[in-house]
Design a protein around this ligand. Sequence first.
Ligand SMILES: Nc1ncnc2c1ncn2[C@@H]1O[C@H](COP(=O)(O)OP(=O)(O)OP(=O)(O)O)[C@@H](O)[C@H]1O
Ligand SMILES: [Mg+2]
Length: 402
Amino acid sequence: MQVSILIIGIVAALPSGGLSWSLFTPSMPSSTSATFNDRPRRVHQKPVHIQMKVKVALVGLPNVGKSTLFNAIAQKSIAEAKNFPFCTIEPNVTPVPIPDANLLPLANVAESKKALPANLFLVDVAGLVKGASRGEGLGNNIIVHVVRCYADNDVIHVDGKVDPVADAEVVNLELLLADLSHVQRRLEKSTCTGEEREVLQKVEIALENGLPAKSIGLSSEEMRLIKSMGLLTLKPVIYAFNVDEVDFALDREGAMKLAESYMKQLHYCDLATSFFLVVSSKFERLRSEPVLELDEQLSFIRLPLLVKDVLDLALVYTGPGVPPGRSQTTKSHILASPSSVFDLAGKLHGDIQKGFMHAEVVNAAGLIQYDTYAAAKESGTVRIEGKEYMLQGGDVVLIKWK
Ligand SMILES: Nc1ncnc2c1ncn2[C@@H]1O[C@H](COP(=O)(O)OP(=O)(O)OP(=O)(O)O)[C@@H](O)[C@H]1O
Ligand SMILES: [Mg+2]
C-alpha cells in the first residue's frame, strides 16, 4: 500500500473582501501572507438560504483526480478512480462528516452511547469537456473545482498537456456557458416578467462579458428571485489544485505560491468569492472509521471545514440533557441560517414541533466545562428560551415538548 500525503493550504477571500493565507500544515510559517491587489474587490456575498442537506460538487476536466480526491475525503473506495478520461459517468455521492472538536466532549457530558457528526454530501460528477456544458453541479451548494497540476506522463490528459490555468478556464467557461443558456431559456419564457426578468437580464449581460453571476453583487432580494434556477456561477467555488505528492512534500510553500499565481491568472473567476486549496489526492491510506477529530496528519479533512466556513454553516447539538436511557445519541446538526429553535424542533420531528413548550439552551464550550448536564444546569449556565429564539452556532439544545 502506498503511503502518501494530502496536505491542504488555503488562500481564502475573507468576508471583509481581503484575501489572506490560512495554512494548516504545521511546518508552514504562520506569518506567510499574500493579498491579491490587482483585481477590484467585491463584497463577499454569502448564500442567503442554505438547505439542511449541504451538497458539495467536485467538478473538473476528465482524469484530473476528482474521484481519487472523493475517495480520500470519504476515506472509502467508493468511486472508481482509473487512468482514463470519463471513468466516472454516473455521479457518486457520499456523506462526509464535518470534523468537530465539540462533539465527543459533549457526548461524554451527555453519557451518550453514540456521537453523530453533521455530514456534508460530497458529489463526484463526470468530467467536463470543452463545448459540453450540461450544467453539472446544479443543485449543489458549493463547487470544488479540481485542477490537475501533477505532471505524471502515464496519466492521460484530455488536451495532451498539463496546464492548470488553461484547464481551469475551460471548466470556468463551461460553467458560464451553462448558466448563459439556462438564463436565456428562462428569458424566452413569457412567464419571466417584472423584477425576475430585470435581474436575469443583468445576469445575462455579466455572463456574456465572461463574468460569473456572483461577481455583480446581487442583493439578497435579487438572489431570492432567481434562487430556484440554481445558477452555477452564483455558487461559491473552492479550487483544489491537485499536485504531485512528492513535489508537495518537498516544497509545500512553493506549491502554495504556484497555486496562488494560478488563481491570479484566472479570468472567468470571481476572486472575491473564490478560495483555494492545494491537495495531493493520491491518498491511499484509507481508514476503516470516518475521521471525526482534527488530525494534522490527515489534513485533507480541512476541505469539509473550509466548506463549512465558506458557506457559513452553523452547527448546533442535541442529546445532552435528555434523561439517560431515553437518548443514546449526541448529534450535531447543520442549520439553515438563520433558524429558530422552533425550526430545529420541526427538523427533529413533527410531534416535537407540535408539542413545543420551551427549550433549554447552553453553549457547547460552556457545557463541556461540567462533568454532567445536571451540574451545568445547577450552576445556572443553562437558559430557558421560547420558540422565537434564533439559534447561534455552538448551541446545545434540549427541547421540552408535550
Ligand atoms: N495527485 C496525483 N498525482 C498523480 N496521479 C494522480 C493524482 N491524483 C489522481 N491521480 C491519478 O489520475 C488518474 C485519474 O484519476 P481519477 O479517476 O480520480 O480522475 P477523475 O477526475 O475522477 O476522472 P473522470 O472525470 O474521468 O472520472 C488516476 O490514475 C489517479 O491515480
Ligand atoms: Mg472520476
